[in-house]
Write a protein that binds this ligand. Structure first.
Ligand code: ATP
Length: 306
């Protein structure tokens, strides 16, 4: 599998603030990689290093196999960057802005027109392309900014909080477009966000970043497979059952006459053991339901653990 982004032990300090404190990760070709963290975690700083805007104090960054510090121009040709606060010229029309950037990327005129029309259609902006951007809604401006980002067919997109400030229904639309774009354009996406829902729905893998450090990396679905609780329903809970569980130092809570909530660390080891104890004490088990951790649980645990 080709690695489209590699970061190795990146460190960056701004005066007293250690914005990045040894960041390492890799993004595979075709992945949508989420960079999830609260305000001030170091997300924008990472994107600025990957897009050659600032240099790290320490460490190494590579995009599309190119050393970012040694060859920033080549990196810029291969990436599309959507900054956090993306200002567009309000007096120009959407199309005029895109033509301006197409020229900056040296895209031949005819090809640029074809590409612009194709993207305006894909992003649902064709009918408003000739209106001044000042008249666009926030969601439309963000879609236009995304077109600008992919105009020159970059291999890697760096999107800094692409749905921040958008209303929920527009954010869903923009997320949907990003997902479709990744497939249509065959592009690798590095996306920073503090929105758990966004990370969960959009990303193949997510890194949780906090205070300039990555706390964990994995696919949201694999992370969520971790089981936190098991709810066991049985005919009637008796005193001997409770005593037997206590004797084995098993963590549990009783809720009502029929429900035991188990706290588990190792599902396949602990649950059969508990079932055995309950059956030996005469329980008639009605159901055993694992309760999986949500990305929210995992994120909060990681951050609180710091
Ligand atoms: P947000 O979600 O609020 O955009 P972030 O995760 O993108 O946050 P960064 O912008 O990377 O976080 O900032 C990380 C830390 O570095 C913060 O404490 C920030 O104040 C500090 N920082 C970033 N850039 C600078 C700078 N140019 N000068 C001084 N401090 C900076």
């Amino acid at each position: 599998m080709i690695k489209m982004i590699r970061a190795e032990n990146l460190k960056k300090k701004f005066r007293e603030v250690q914005a990045l404190n040894g960041i390492s990760f890799e993004v595979k070709e075709g992945e949508i990689f989420g960079y999830l963290g609260p305000n001030g975690a170091g997300k924008t700083t990472t994107i600025r290093i990957l897009s050659a805007l600032i240099r790290p104090d320490f460490g190494y960054a590579e995009v599309c196999g190119i050393n970012v510090q040694e060859n920033p121009t080549a990196v810029l040709e291969n990436i599309g960057v959507l900054p956090e606060n993306n200002a567009l010229y309000e007096r120009l029309t959407g199309r005029e802005i895109l033509i301006f950037f197409a020229k900056a990327y040296n895209i031949p005129r005819e090809e640029a027109n074809r590409r612009i029309n194709e993207l305006l259609k894909f992003f649902g902006l064709k009918d408003r392309a000739d209106d001044p951007v000042g008249k666009y809604s926030k969601g439309m401006k963000q879609r236009l900014a995304l077109i600008r980002t992919v105009l020159h067919r970059p291999k890697v997109l760096l999107l800094d909080e692409p749905t921040s400030g958008l209303s929920p229904e527009i954010a869903i639309r923009v997320r949907d477009l990003i997902k479709k774009l990744a497939e249509k354009e065959d592009v690798t996406i590095f996306l920073s966000t503090h929105n758990l829902d966004e990370a969960e729905r959009l990303c193949d893998r997510v890194a949780v970043i906090f205070s300039g450090k990555i706390l964990l990396i994995g696919s949201p679905s694999a992370m969520e497979k971790e089981i936190k609780h098991v709810i066991i329903r049985l005919r009637k809970i008796s005193e001997p059952m409770i005593n037997a569980l206590k004797e084995k130092a098993i963590k549990f809570h009783i809720s009502g006459e029929q429900t035991i909530l188990l706290e588990v660390k190792n599902y396949s080891k602990e649950v059969p053991e508990v079932i055995k104890i309950l059956v030996l004490e005469g329980a008639e088990i009605l159901s055993v339901e694992p309760e999986r951790k949500s990305l929210w649980d995992i994120y909060m645990e990681a951050i609180r653990g710091e």
